[in-house]
Write a protein that binds this ligand. Sequence first.
Ligand code: AMP
Length: 193
Amino acid sequence: MTKQRLLFVGPPGAGKGTQAQQLALRHNLLHLSTGDLLRAEVSAATELGLEAAAVMARGELVSDALVLAIVRSRLEQQSASLSRGEPGPSGWLLDGFPRNLAQAEALEALLSDLDQPIDLVVLMELDDDLLMQRLLSRGRADDNAEVIRHRLEVYRQQTAPLIAYYRQRQLLQAVDAEGSIEAIAERIERLLA
Ligand code: AMP
């Protein structure tokens, strides 16, 4: 596979997590989901988790500095391990990050330092009705109707501008996120060849 540094962007409920996890397994990529990493901090009741929990429960974005610190340390760790010649994935897949333009710009600076440009941004697209259905059936703590509506609003206002940002850089490819997990995975695979 030539493309091995990937971002997954899309509204909550589009299936980013499922697809990202499976793709990372198939291609031996480091999978970084800021949502998963934050939930792990919340469960472990770390200082960082305690700071993030209330914001996450409201469906808002935790601070850029906090998520950036998480992503930076993981990517720097991987890069250092690679340059020491240690075994492990050479590529990565970021899922749920960046979530706004400030994070995208910070990521660009970080990746330029690491000399690891993004190969592809996958945009997963799905109608609001289907997003709502999927989220309501998932039953996560922040998946009740009111919080979901707010998360969709936050997506539209803060995250959706990334579409133009990455399209302008000719990195963006959209995928129809309606259908079976396998069908969607095939659509994504076709973009990586
Ligand atoms: P997710 O699992 O990606 O839907 O994320 C769940 C929640 O974690 C979001 O609603 C945010 O509160 C928080 N979160 C995850 N990723 C980010 C990010 N890149 N920036 C800010 N907050 C985030």
